[in-house]
Design a binder for this molecule. Structure first.
Ligand code: SF4
Ligand code: SF4
Length: 311
């Protein structure tokens, strides 16, 4: 990585690990540690936000240039990572940097000893911060290592590397997400701006693979005036795949997305919920949960087996 790129990320609170990975302690981890609130994955699935490491193993590698991306898109590298770091080096580094950052919370009046001590034993890795983790060739080994350490893994991908998803079938993350940011190809090209010609086709192939994963999620990242239309198109995709979960979430103008989105593009929670109702009407899914301050709604066919036990 070049110095300028590193400096930009460090200014935003990233801590770099090795050649292509990083953590950034998320707002919800901090709020949970202070006993104030938890993130929606805590609410929906039972993960513990104050024990969760928000991470990336492929900071700049991605085959999309999504309009709502937090990254600085100038630095996008459309290649699979060459000469990648070893999974153990990465995992040890992510845990070390995360714990070091949280040391600053020791002695904070709002943080109880119990919560602080728990946070020093992270239980959960979110592979979702920036870039697409499926462009890290050793991802299957990394997922296995995370689980060997009795931690869980939530992996979010754009679905453009179906060959890697095929490999992951034998090395499944705790929960796999594919982001579906468009209800049709035309919108997809406008919103995700893929760097390969067959982006939509790759995504379709990945969605077919998604249904073979134990805990599968389609995530709709919704931005007003951009991709929050054609509920029928989204409903058709959901019906084809029949994932365990469908999350509808408002795209937020944070990080570099602030330069490509304005506040008015961010749907209100009520608007997300109305859109979720439309999709529910067109599918065999129903609303089972929501978190208003994250502007997110969860759909399932039946509200069963969604909470995980991380203790
Ligand atoms: S799941 Fe995501 S939002 Fe929740 S604590 Fe982990 S990184 Fe933060
Ligand atoms: S897929 Fe993710 S990392 Fe890649 S451009 Fe889109 S939002 Fe950014």
């Amino acid at each position: 990585m070049k110095n300028k790129q590193i400096q930009d990320l460090e200014k935003q609170g990233y801590r770099i690990v090795g050649k292509h990975s990083a953590i950034k302690v998320c707002l919800w981890c901090k709020r949970s540690l202070c006993g104030e609130d938890v993130c929606y994955k805590n609410t929906f699935y039972g993960i513990q936000s104050h024990r969760c490491i928000q991470s990336s193993v492929s900071l700049f590698n991605c085959l999309h240039n999504c309009q709502f991306c937090w990254r600085c898109l100038e630095y996008t590298d459309a290649k699979v990572i060459e000469n990648p770091d070893e999974p153990k080096i990465i995992l040890d580094g992510l845990i070390k940097e995360h714990k070091e950052f949280l040391q600053g919370f020791k002695g904070n009046d709002k943080v109880t000893n119990k919560l602080f001590n728990e946070s020093m034993e992270p239980k959960h890795i979110a592979l979702s911060l920036a870039g697409d983790a499926t462009m890290y060739p050793k991802l299957p080994e990394l997922i296995d290592l995370i689980h060997e350490r009795k931690m869980t893994s939530f992996l979010v991908t754009n679905g453009l590397m179906p060959d890697m998803l095929e490999k992951l079938l034998q090395h499944q993350p705790t929960q796999l997400y594919i982001t579906l940011a468009a209800p049709d190809k035309e919108t997809y090209l406008k919103v995700c701006r893929p760097l390969v010609k067959d982006g939509w086709e790759r995504l379709q192939k990945a969605l077919q693979l998604l249904k073979k994963f134990q805990r599968s999620t389609i995530r709709l990242t919704l931005v007003k005036y951009l991709n929050m239309h054609n509920a029928k198109g989204y409903a058709e995709e959901v019906s084809k795949v029949q994932p365990m979960f469908v999350e509808l979430k408002a795209g937020m103008p944070v990080g570099y997305a602030q330069y490509r989105m304005i506040y008015e593009n961010m749907p209100r929670h009520e608007e997300i919920k109305e859109f979720a109702k439309e999709i529910a009407k067109l599918t065999n899914y129903k609303i089972v949960d929501e978190k208003e301050n994250s502007r997110v709604v969860l759909l399932m066919k039946e509200d069963k087996y969604r909470k995980l036990n991380f203790n």
